[in-house]
Design a protein around this ligand. Sequence first.
Ligand SMILES: [Zn+2]
Length: 175
Amino acid sequence: MLLNEIMSNNKKFVDEFEVEKLSHLPQKKLVIVTCMDTRLVGFLEPALGIGRGDAKIIKNAGNNVICSDVIRSVAAAIFALGAEEVMLVGHTDCGMANSDSEKLKNSMIDRGIKEKDINEVNLKEWIGAIEDEESNVLKGVEKIKNHPLIPNDLPVHGLIINPNDGSLKILVKGY
Ligand SMILES: [Zn+2]
């Protein structure tokens, strides 16, 4: 079972790890909003030169800013934790681009979700499906910048990373 495997990995890790106490404040004064894509795990950070303790990282499906929790976490990073810049980092080949809501609906029904509950939401919107990765980043940057609880002078950058080779492209320079 996966949980057992994880627990045994953890025991080995803790036994070998030399305790280091880092500050909970982001040393690069940076907050990153990015996608939960599996290929970015352990990859986004080295590709950006970000180490442990350097940045706050907020992840969700499709690095989507539709959800108010992203703004809440960005605000916490800025006002409570000393972050001074935001980087919204999308990626090419995102699973949330052109996602098929009919297929999604069917797999929800297969798992016992009631059709009437699904029909209560606009599924495409609710799941955060995106048209294309670059325009999703541009929209997200605008949403963060224009939010009334986010300061006007906060640099919000928009970038896109290739999850295969790690190359990063700037879409919006926030300075
Ligand atoms: Zn993605």
